[in-house]
Design a protein around this ligand. Sequence first.
Ligand SMILES: NC(=O)C1=CN([C@@H]2O[C@H](COP(=O)(O)OP(=O)(O)OC[C@H]3O[C@@H](n4cnc5c(N)ncnc54)[C@H](O)[C@@H]3O)[C@@H](O)[C@H]2O)[C@@H](O)CC1
Ligand SMILES: Nc1ncnc2c1ncn2[C@@H]1O[C@H](COP(=O)(O)OP(=O)(O)OP(=O)(O)O)[C@@H](O)[C@H]1O
Length: 417
Amino acid sequence: MMEKFLQQSMDAEQKFYKYEEQRLKIEDKRREAEHARELQMLQMLGQMLAGISSAVSQRSHSRACSPPQRANRQSFGETINYNPVDRAFSPPIGISFFIQRSFSFRSTHSLKDMENIFRLVRNVIPPLTAKKHKGQDGRIGIVGGCQEYTGAPYFAAISALKVGADLSHVFCTKDAAAAIKSYSPELIVHPVLDIPNAVNEVEKWLPRLHTVVLGPGLGRDEVILEHAKGIIERTRAKGIPIIIDADGLWLIAQHPSIIQGYQGAILTPNLMEFSRLYEAVLRDPVDSDDHHGCVLRLSQALGNLTIVQKGERDLISDGQKVFVCSHEGSNRRCGGQGDLLSGSLGVLSHWAFLAGSEKTNGLNPFLVAAFGACSLTRQCNNQAFQKYGRSMTTKDMITEIGTAFNKLFEHEVKATN
Ligand SMILES: NC(=O)C1=CN([C@@H]2O[C@H](COP(=O)(O)OP(=O)(O)OC[C@H]3O[C@@H](n4cnc5c(N)ncnc54)[C@H](O)[C@@H]3O)[C@@H](O)[C@H]2O)[C@@H](O)CC1
Ligand SMILES: Nc1ncnc2c1ncn2[C@@H]1O[C@H](COP(=O)(O)OP(=O)(O)OP(=O)(O)O)[C@@H](O)[C@H]1O
């Protein structure tokens, strides 16, 4: 009797997942069509504006220094495009000028530079409309959380919600679940990471997730890491974007092949995690005089997946370009701000992935998402530090997410120079 009941409920569950998977596919297609329509309208608008501006410039005897000429000049090569021959991701020349100015190696950015890159981030942010239903703007899964570390997965999951995801799931060990739930009723918590069939349990949820963030508070228990390995493999097999941070990077340093060649992955190492990974993959110590080259080489060696090297300046590379985010933060470094970054990136990478390179002027959408998440983290750091100074903690930064996001991405920054 019990067996029959169990079988029936398993069948019902499977039917539900199948139905849900189909529904999500239809929904994604509809959103793609919506994006394509918007793009078409923008292109038409662009053509109209181009027509008007060329008429105006003909009348006013155009100036000698046009953007395309400047784009080719070395003095604008502060952002290094390491593969100028590959045009696959290269935007038209005028736009290239615009992007290269935005992602500069200079330590300070002009307001205009920041406005340019923030505009690309804004392009991928989905509009809030009354027509949407719960889940459409992001269902993010955080894999991490064990007895020692319950804060890290919480920080990542709540940050994802505060940036704009609709649902945030945490897959953690049994003994971490109650603590994580008690921090926030908004989170959906699955205490499955330490059960024998953990990988299958998480896999059941994958069709319902847009992005997976793996690593915050995962710990280094061998059994859990083995489960994490299986989860990465299944996530990769389904083509779902995955952000790997903290102990997830420890795992990658032991087994780089799990992630090698998967361009749906974004790795977010701090300096320490970066050198571990670099040495494991390239069998060479990091060259401390050439951080940009090292980030680039690591990305290339792993098959051009996106790397975000966190630090005083965040270096972001997909093996072709290295971009720098040096948005002003503060001198306070509290544990957990990397989790804020990985959770935000979970949402932004989903939005960017969905929007595609048409919305990022031909640039790899993950680079734009990473730039957005780094700027946002640093802006939260800056705002919270102004209020709390040395006593600032990650919770204070998380409280700032709404206003920081609004300031960076919801309003036009006035370009004064
Ligand atoms: N409240 C929580 O639950 C928190 C848990 N955390 C988790 O703690 C676990 C271990 O993380 P750790 O970062 O300690 O990992 P590691 O055990 O790899 O330690 C890294 C070491 O590198 C040092 N380091 C970091 N950035 C550096 C830099 N730029 N230059 C030089 N040294 C640098 C740190 O001080 C630390 O001693 C992870 O699972 C992580 O997610 C952290 O996220 C912090 C908050
Ligand atoms: N020296 C710095 N100056 C300014 N901002 C920094 C500095 N170091 C880190 N940051 C900012 O903090 C973010 C998180 O980086 P951090 O090195 O603290 O990560 P982490 O060590 O992985 O964090 P966690 O404590 O969550 O494990 C970076 O992306 C960056 O935006």
